[in-house]
Design a binder for this molecule. Structure first.
Ligand code: PNS
Length: 162
């Protein structure tokens, strides 16, 4: 059984993430989308909300499941028999940090990281930029799965009322 994890914050999940999940699912028997629990980082959505959106947008990919983790990613990999970490790479600007993490994770545990080039139509997409554009009323509908767009609009409207 070849099992991989696609780890991340996914606040919120975007079409770029979904593209990586779909393609990773074609390469592995099972792909776990792992949401990092990070109590120190302010997020738009709770971990449970993000997991729910991830479950909905991956519902038609049978070998993808969604989970959360805290602590070291490699400990999660060890505990769940995961042999590989899959990360999307958008541009060279991602590379330094991603390479450093990959090498650290490899040294700590022997778990390898496989980089997947982001599809060109999503190479400029990040969760933080999508949130910023949406906050100021920009149209991000082509960058998010419809269910995510709907919940993000609702959450931003709630925040603006508060
Ligand atoms: O979506 P992100 O925020 O870019 O994902 C970053 C993530 C979750 C992959 C990374 O922060 C991570 O693996 N955190 C878990 C803690 C850990 O293992 N840190 C050591 C990394 S070498």
């Amino acid at each position: 059984m070849k099992r991989a994890v696609c780890p991340g914050s996914f606040d919120p999940p975007t079409n770029a993430h979904l593209d990586v999940f779909e393609r990773a699912a074609g390469q592995f028997d099972e792909v776990v989308v792992g949401v990092l629990i990070n109590k120190n980082k302010r997020s738009l959505f709770t971990v449970e909300e993000r997991m729910q959106m991830l479950r909905e947008i991956t519902a038609d990919i049978p070998n993808v499941c969604v989970d959360s983790f805290h602590g070291l990613l490699v400990d999660y990999c060890r505990a769940h028999g995961i042999q590989a970490i899959v990360r999307g790479l958008r541009a060279v600007t991602d590379f330094d940090y991603e390479l450093q993490m990959a090498q650290m994770n490899q040294r700590l545990s022997g778990v390898d990281t496989l980089f997947m080039s982001t599809s060109p139509e999503y190479s400029f997409v990040s969760s933080s930029l999508v949130k910023e554009v949406a906050t100021y009323g920009g149209d991000v509908s082509h960058l998010l799965p419809p269910v995510v767009e709907e919940r993000m609009k609702a959450r931003l409207a709630e925040e603006q009322r508060a």
